[in-house]
Design a protein around this ligand. Structure first.
Ligand code: ADP
Ligand code: AMP
Length: 219
């Protein structure tokens, strides 16, 4: 399966990608994670990315497309992949479509996470992650286990001011992908509000796969 997870920041894409990766055996390719890893390397490209990410703006298409191309060429993506956070513009979607067509591995599903901006605000405000495992938690909705609080990080761009800009970018530049993928017959819309396990069931139903009996727990 070659899947795109589409939806605003904080919709729960990364959270669902974890159980999907485990159940489907295909990697999650998160462009946000790739960009944050590049920023950490402190290269000139990382410095350029930082300015965009800190402001909540999208990085230029050509820069991110190159990184996606390299990532999807890796061996672990041969049996399928799950793109999270890419494409985010119609230009990126067109580039992706042509690139995948050239390689004879077209997209099979685009899952749209439908959720209100008010819910997103709550989810982003409480999002923390464990740098040691990459696991995402929410301080109220999915609290981390005791004993790891000191190493948890709250993303720098997960604050109310930057979120406004990120949501603007989503509504202006990414939302047009909904009719774009609808026209291609690939869009599967799911209600992303509700308990994580309920959303998991909806995602699996949308891609036509039996949901795992229970949500996968890391470690
Ligand atoms: P995205 O990858 O779409 O940006 P995340 O998966 O990181 O979103 O989720 C954002 C925050 O919301 C995280 O703190 C996560 O724990 C929490 N979250 C995810 N799904 C749900 C849900 N169904 N109900 C409540 N909180 C959720
Ligand atoms: P995310 O982790 O998906 O919320 O992405 C964090 C930040 O990385 C975004 O606010 C953008 O600055 C950048 N980014 C991630 N994916 C893309 C993309 N497909 N196109 C442009 N910028 C992106």
């Amino acid at each position: 399966m070659n899947i795109v997870l589409l939806g605003p920041p904080g919709a729960g894409k990364g959270t669902q990608a974890e159980s999907m990766t485990h159940a489907l055996g295909i990697p999650q390719v998160s462009t946000g994670d790739i960009i944050r890893a590049t920023i950490t390397e402190r290269t000139p490209l990382g410095t350029e990315f930082r300015a965009f990410a800190d402001a909540g703006s999208l990085v230029p298409d050509c820069l991110i497309e190159r990184l996606v191309d390299e990532r999807l060429a890796r061996a672990d993506c041969r049996g399928g992949f799950m793109l999270d956070g890419f494409p985010r513009t119609v230009a990126q979607a067109e580039w992706l479509g042509s690139m995948l067509a050239r390689h004879g591995r077209p997209l099979t599903h685009v899952v749209l996470f439908d959720v209100d901006d008010a819910i997103i605000l709550e989810r982003i405000a409480g999002r923390v992650s464990d740098p040691a495992t990459g696991q995402i938690y929410h301080v109220s909705f999915d609290p981390p286990p005791p004993g790891i609080a000191s190493r948890l990080i709250h993303r720098q761009d997960d604050n109310a001011e930057v979120l406004i800009r990120r949501l603007q970018e989503y509504h202006e530049k990414t939302a047009p992908l909904v009719p774009y993928y609808e026209r291609l017959g690939l869009l599967r819309r799911i209600d992303a509000f509700g308990r994580v396990t309920d959303v998991t069931r909806r995602v699996f139903a949308a891609i036509g796969v039996d949901a795992p009996a229970q949500t996968w727990q890391p470690g």
